[in-house]
Design a protein around this ligand. Structure first.
Ligand code: HEM
Length: 498
């Protein structure tokens, strides 16, 4: 009997049990993967996981735009990422204003950026955010600090940017990567504004400062964490100090050393009479680690965003020479033909320029998407259900390309859409949330607009800037801020010799 039983068992094992075991294990694995949303066989998730979207689209944001444009609610859900993505202005207003408290940055986000940003304003919610927001808005909104920022920008333009472009203009093989120039320019500016120190990055003959290099690497690697299908991948790599996580750790250590050195120098020299933001914060905050976190968030906020916006602005201007001529004509009217740099007041008078800058930001927002995490179950105004813990993303890049919002010419660069009788007319920030909107709207918005307009005017009035490769399309490199892969190579010619 026993032997009969065992032969029965053996035959069952060989003919049924082993595959049965494999099937059960596989089903269990699928169940766990599905339950944790790590695997899904729908077309969209398959396309995401296999990257097959890249056969048809240059950029992930273009694929998302396509999906959002074809969704009746202008909202989609990527199951494997547990991410609801929306381009619907009503949903955006709801999450950024109406139910702000239900859509914080959330723990998953602060974990991803926590090593780099610590408790800085970008990475916190609740009381810590309120405290920094209040302190920063008092500083950034004040007239003395705005004039301080304007003075820094105009000095950098006059003494570094214009001479640099002049030295390249008209030269044979005089190709310049404008994106690299703007990144160096904005790094010099933000460091002088934040720390009162000049890294001198715009001297192209000099290598980028160690801080800039470490900061670039740390931002890139932190952004890559957010793109992984599961946070466990980077968490395990971090635990074992492997690969990109090892590099991230080293880059952050370098940033910390340099930040400590900056604070040591400031304390030594005395900071009470200095205008830079760090000196101002140092008089209220004593904890060095907290001070480091506060300024690193500002560095991230104010550096790459402005450089990204200026780069796409010059790309669009090269493709739309009639807009370039209209900006020049308006500036001649306001400033006369000979003045080199516009004053603060003159910039405010240039409505067409403001419209062109907004039109650029609509099409190429430096922050292409931004995510929050739902605190509780909810239903968005378009009827989409959101379960607690879901990542909810609004997508300014796609929103600028929605026909329902901007009409059939939404892909075209038309500054006039922002003008009424020649006066700049702002659209609802929830239709175009390039600076975010609602309670956490960007604190550097006005400063960034003035910086962009001052730089654009100073270059447009003196140089003709054309694309070295006029027929290419834009491909973005992965990162926290939109960056053109391979840079923006241009040819520069001086318009008049004075
Ligand atoms: C064209 C340039 C800029 C764009 C497109 C931009 C866009 C944004 C966006 C989308 C956010 C929300 C990010 C988030 O919460 O995840 C933000 C927040 C912020 N931005 Fe800007 N920004 C620009 C320039 C600047 C500059 C120059 C500064 C300051 C020097 C600045 C300071 C801030 C700060 C402090 C926050 C955090 C606000 C908060 O959480 O309450 N930004 N910005």
């Amino acid at each position: 009997m026993e032997s009969e039983d065992s032969s029965w068992l053996q035959s069952l094992q060989s003919s049924f049990c082993f595959p049965f075991f494999v099937t059960i294990s596989f089903s269990l694995l699928l169940f766990l993967l599905r339950r944790n949303n790590l695997w899904c066989n729908c077309n969209v998730c398959r396309s995401y996981l296999t990257s097959s979207w890249s056969i048809e689209f240059d950029n992930l944001c273009d694929w998302y735009t396509h999906l959002l444009r074809t969704s009746p609610s202008q909202t989609i859900h990527i199951h494997v990422l547990r991410n609801t993505i929306t381009a619907n202005p009503d949903n955006v207003e709801y999450m950024l204003k109406t139910r702000f408290e239900n859509y914080p940055k959330g723990k998953p986000f602060s974990l991803i950026l926590g090593d780099l940003l610590g408790r800085g304003i970008f990475n916190v919610d609740g009381d810590s955010w309120k405290f920094q927001r209040k302190m920063a808005s008092l500083e950034l909104g004040s007239l003395p600090i705005r004039s301080f920022a304007f003075e820094i920008v105009t000095t950098e333009i006059q003494h570094r940017l214009l001479p640099l472009l002049s030295s390249v203009a008209g030269k044979k093989n005089g190709v310049l990567d404008l994106q690299d120039v703007f990144r160096r320019f904005s790094f010099d500016n933000i460091c002088r504004f934040l720390f009162g120190l000049d890294p001198g990055c715009l001297e192209l003959s000099l290598p980028m400062s160690d801080l800039a290099v470490a900061f670039d690497l740390a931002s890139k690697l932190s952004a890559e964490r957010a793109m992984m299908a599961s946070p466990w991948i980077w968490k395990i790599k971090r635990l074992l100090n492997l690969g990109t996580e090892k590099k991230l750790k080293e880059a952050i250590a370098m940033i910390n050393t340099l930040a400590e050195e900056v604070m040591r120098q400031k304390r030594k020299k005395g900071f009470a009479t200095h205008q830079d933001l760090l000196s101002r914060f140092m008089s209220t905050v004593c904890d060095d680690k907290y001070l480091r976190d506060i300024v690193i968030s500002f560095l991230l906020a104010g550096r790459d965003t402005v450089a990204s916006a200026l780069t796409s602005f010059f790309w669009l201007l090269a493709k739309n020479p009639e807009v370039k001529s209209a900006i020049r004509a308006e500036s001649d009217r306001v400033m006369g033909p000979c003045q080199e740099l516009a004053s603060f007041e003159q910039i405010r008078e240039m409505h067409y320029l403001q419209a062109a800058v907004y039109e650029c930001l609509r099409l190429y927002p430096p922050v292409q998407f931004d995510s929050k995490f739902a605190q509780e179950d909810d239903i968005l105004p378009d009827g989409t259900s959101v379960t607690r813990g879901t990542r909810v993303t609004y997508h300014p890049y796609a929103m600028g390309r929605m026909e329902e919002v901007w009409g059939p010419d939404c892909h075209d660069f038309i500054p006039e859409r922002w003008l009424k009788n020649g006066i700049f007319y702002p659209e609802s920030p929830y239709k175009c949330p390039v600076f975010q909107a609602g309670l956490r709207v960007c604190l550097g918005k006005e400063m960034a607009l003035v910086e962009m307009k001052t730089v654009a005017l100073s270059l447009l009035r003196r140089f003709d800037i054309d694309l070295a490769k006029p027929n290419g399309s834009l491909r973005f490199a992965p990162g926290l801020t939109a960056t053109i892969s391979g840079g923006l190579c241009v040819l520069i010619r001086e318009m008049r010799t004075s």
